[in-house]
Design a protein around this ligand. Structure first.
Ligand code: HEC
Ligand code: HEC
Length: 353
């Protein structure tokens, strides 16, 4: 027997926390605008939760069945999936919020239920100039005449034309989705790219968490390898990593100006202390974003709290254990303990031979 409505679906009337006044700007759908767009505020959280109970098949592709001709074709969702607390997709996150904002500015908010599942049938605005893109291939979904006039707009029923920005939120943590990949139930495109492209493995997840990276931190004597690396490695990928982190083309403006490709790491590698040079991409390391003389002025801290302008979103607030650990480590000199000083002199000795 089915039970009625799980917790996630009941949180319908919690208004979003009002933060600094934020203005929606359509230009944020340009290639450059994709890097940063403030998370929407002032709407009813969970207002677009779909009908039903939806406790089944967590982590599976909902549109394997919820599609025309599928086992659940009576229930077609415009967006659906499962939200996790961790990147590996091991632990679901009931009550976490999934936010979309379409290119007309409409905000769509869903909350994950007890199984971590979310779904909606709210419509998502279509971009007449949408471009299909995958595996380096790009193909306009619209037709132009010889003079460049639009003859046939992209089909608004095709989910690949539903251009939106997406975020996931939980407490003080807000993660923007890296790209504008569409979801939908007609084509098999069912999630945003960083749900399935994971630099560390084959399976990525739509995830966010305001939980600290480690269960506890010492009050002083923080170690880079033991405490700091796990925080950054757990939360700052897939963006601040070595190698290529460029986005793909998704709209006509990108085809017209191909040079607008965006580097999502900002040439900052936060998983290698000293930075990296991989595949021709030179990236600075952690020392470039800490200020040991005045820890409070460190970009590492100021970029990552709510209200900051950061393409990666907010990860904690000033009272969170992770934030305090980073702050303490910076005030202790932001050192790398990978090699102790005696080990380092031995290595130097060997190298100088
Ligand atoms: C293996 C096939 C399959 C997959 C995968 C699947 N569903 Fe379903 N779903 C069904 C079928 C069949 C029904 C209609 C029969 C019924 O009422 O149980 C259904 C009905 C539903 C309903 C309405 C009935 C209810 O539970 O209240 C919701 C909501 C739902 N699914 C959500 C989801 C979500 C979200 C996902 C992805 C995380 C998903 N489903 C994945 C087969 C599937
Ligand atoms: C979704 C991708 C993404 C994630 C995840 C992400 N960032 Fe960023 N970050 C960016 C982008 C894009 C920029 C450049 C634009 C800007 O300044 O916001 C940036 C810029 C920065 C900068 C400023 C660099 C400079 O030299 O100006 C710092 C510091 C930073 N991020 C720290 C972090 C930390 C710490 C984390 C993890 C806790 C993190 N970021 C996670 C995308 C991300």
């Amino acid at each position: 027997m089915k039970k009625l409505v799980s917790t996630g679906l009941m949180g319908l009337c919690i208004a979003a926390a009002a933060a600094a006044a934020i203005v929606y700007d359509k230009s944020n759908f340009s290639a450059a605008g994709r890097v940063y767009q403030p998370v929407p505020e002032r709407y009813i959280i969970g207002k677009d939760n779909g009908p039903g109970v939806g406790l089944h098949h967590a982590g599976e592709r909902c549109d394997n069945c919820h599609k025309k001709g599928g086992a659940a074709e009576a229930y077609l969702w415009t967006a659906s999936g499962t939200l996790y607390a961790d990147r590996a997709g091991r632990k679901v996150l009931p009550g976490g919020e999934i936010i979309l904002q379409d290119r007309e500015g409409k905000v769509i908010s869903m909350t994950a239920n007890a199984a971590g599942n979310f779904w909606t049938n709210t419509s998502i605005a279509s971009n007449p100039f949408a471009v299909a893109s995958h595996g380096g291939m790009t193909e306009p979904l619209y037709v132009l005449d010889a003079d460049g006039n639009l003859v046939e707009p992209a089909d608004p029923a095709d989910p690949r034309t539903w251009i939106y920005k997406a975020w996931v939120r939980h407490g003080a943590a807000v993660r923007p989705m890296v790209t504008l990949a569409p979801v939908g139930s007609a084509t098999g495109n069912y999630m945003s790219c960083n749900m399935h492209h994971n630099p560390k493995g084959s399976r990525g997840a739509l995830w966010v968490s305001s939980e600290p990276a480690l269960p506890s931190y010492p009050a002083r004597g923080l170690k880079y390898t033991e405490h700091i690396h796990p925080i950054l490695n757990g939360k700052c990928v897939p963006c601040h990593i070595p190698g290529k982190t460029m986005t793909r083309l998704v709209t006509k403006s990108d085809i017209d100006t191909p040079s607008t490709a965006i580097d999502y790491s900002h040439s900052l590698d936060l998983i290698n202390y000293r930075g990296s040079e991989t595949g021709g991409y030179l990236k600075l390391g952690i020392r470039s974003v800490v200020n040991t003389a005045d820890p409070g002025k460190s970009l590492l801290l100021n970029k990552t709290v709510p209200g900051a302008l950061h393409g990666g979103g907010a990860f904690w607030d000033q009272s969170s254990p992770d934030y305090l650990a980073l702050q303490q480590w910076i005030s202790e000199g932001a050192r790398n303990d990978l090699y102790s000083s005696s080990q380092r002199s031995i290595i130097l000795l060997l190298l100088s031979d």
